[in-house]
Design a binder for this molecule. Structure first.
Ligand SMILES: *Cc1c(COP(=O)(O)O)cnc(C)c1O
Length: 354
């Protein structure tokens, strides 16, 4: 990648030793591959608001079947997908139970409350990413006019790169059913969970009443998510997608990218997981840094003495980008390779053992 093809601002626009940037901020930074661009260029398209886009229709049927649902709807983003799910499951004065640090609760601008009058009931994640089922059960409100109506349990898998076990997901969705709650899975990185656990995305997703998956994370598409559920649920979500401005026209171009990702970029997520482990092992061998062993493609590290921001700045000066929201976070993806990971480790080494 030449410096002229990318602009992240002047601080990081130089050509670092000919190797280009090693951008580990997120798996959303991938560019469509030449083959994906070919698929997009040749996509058959129509007006999807009229239901006329053949590529969108094929993608929706395909992702629904793959994940074990009757129907699916192509969405502009994961946030839109989760919002449409919340509004399709819950009405005003209903409540959904969700992780305190779940994307849907924390990082989606409170859309369910803003647009749907839906009250969140956050529950702290345990270190393994699960919500304690005892806490979930205790938080479900009885039918009493004092309380919001508990209506939905929303889980996230992977959460911060952690895989929730099949056993846990079975118990959690059974608990929801027992109490008359629906269940929604924010599966932005569902395919990472499936690849890491040796399961299938369908086996995980079909435990839930609805699931949202992202094509724009590790799968490497430029845009797009899908929401899956029953035909009746998806019909409601369709109306809400229109209401929130997400009805799109000749988006077969984007659906073709998503389809290409399903064909070519699922199994290779295992490569991202191997690279995350390579990065974690390399960093863990350095002094002054504590690394959480990754289960999938996200590596968290804590730098002693509050020097995390300084390490980030040093890495950036060497063309290695990461983020520091909860400790330091490094995400592997389609556009990084082993050489890039080794450059990231070497750059961290310059700072941690000068
Ligand atoms: C990225 C992500 C989303 C959706 O994000 P968008 O940027 O709106 O596509 C939802 N949930 C999780 C867990 C995510 O990582």
């Amino acid at each position: 990648m030449s410096a002229s093809t990318v602009s992240y601002g002047s601080a990081v626009s130089a050509d670092f030793g000919g190797g280009g940037l090693v951008d580990l901020r997120s798996d959303t930074v991938t560019r469509p591959t030449p083959a994906m661009r070919q698929a997009m260029a040749h996509a058959a398209v129509g007006d999807d608001v009229f239901g006329d886009d053949p590529t969108v229709n094929v993608l929706q049927q395909r992702i629904a079947a793959l994940l074990g649902f009757e129907a699916a709807l192509f969405m502009p983003s994961g946030t839109a997908s989760n919002l449409c799910a919340l509004l399709a499951h819950c009405g005003r004065g209903d409540e959904y139970l969700v992780g305190q640090l779940a994307h849907t609760y924390r990082y989606e601008a409170g859309g369910g409350a803003v647009l749907g009058g839906i009250q969140p009931q956050p529950i702290a994640q345990q270190p393994d990413g699960t919500l304690s089922l005892a806490e979930v059960e205790a938080a479900i409100k009885p039918d009493d006019p004092h309380f919001a109506r508990s209506r939905l349990l929303c889980l996230e898998n992977t959460w911060n790169g952690k895989v929730l076990t099949q056993d846990y997901l079975e118990q959690a969705t059974a608990l929801a059913r027992r109490h008359g709650l629906s269940s929604h899975l924010d599966g932005a990185r569902l395919f990472n969970a499936a690849v890491a656990s040796g399961s299938t995305a369908g086996a995980i997703a079909s435990l839930f009443d609805s699931v949202s998956v992202c094509f724009s994370k590790g799968l490497g598409a430029p845009v797009g998510s899908a929401l899956c559920g029953t035909r009746e649920f998806i019909a409601r979500a369709h109306r809400i997608r229109k209401l929130t401005g997400g009805g799109m026209r000749q988006i077969g171009l984007l659906a073709a990218a998503a389809m290409h990702a399903l064909d070519h970029h699922v199994d290779r997520l295992a490569d991202d997981h191997v690279l995350a482990k390579r990065l974690a092992d390399g960093l863990a061998a350095l002094p002054g840094i504590t690394v959480t062993p990754p289960q999938t493609n996200i590596v968290f590290a804590h730098v002693d003495g509050g020097r995390g921001p300084d390490l980030l700045a040093h890495l950036q000066s060497r063309g290695v980008l990461a983020t520091g929201l909860l400790g330091l976070r490094f995400v592997t993806h389609l556009d990084v390779d082993a050489a890039g990971i080794d450059r990231a480790i070497a750059a961290a080494g310059e700072f941690l053992q000068p």
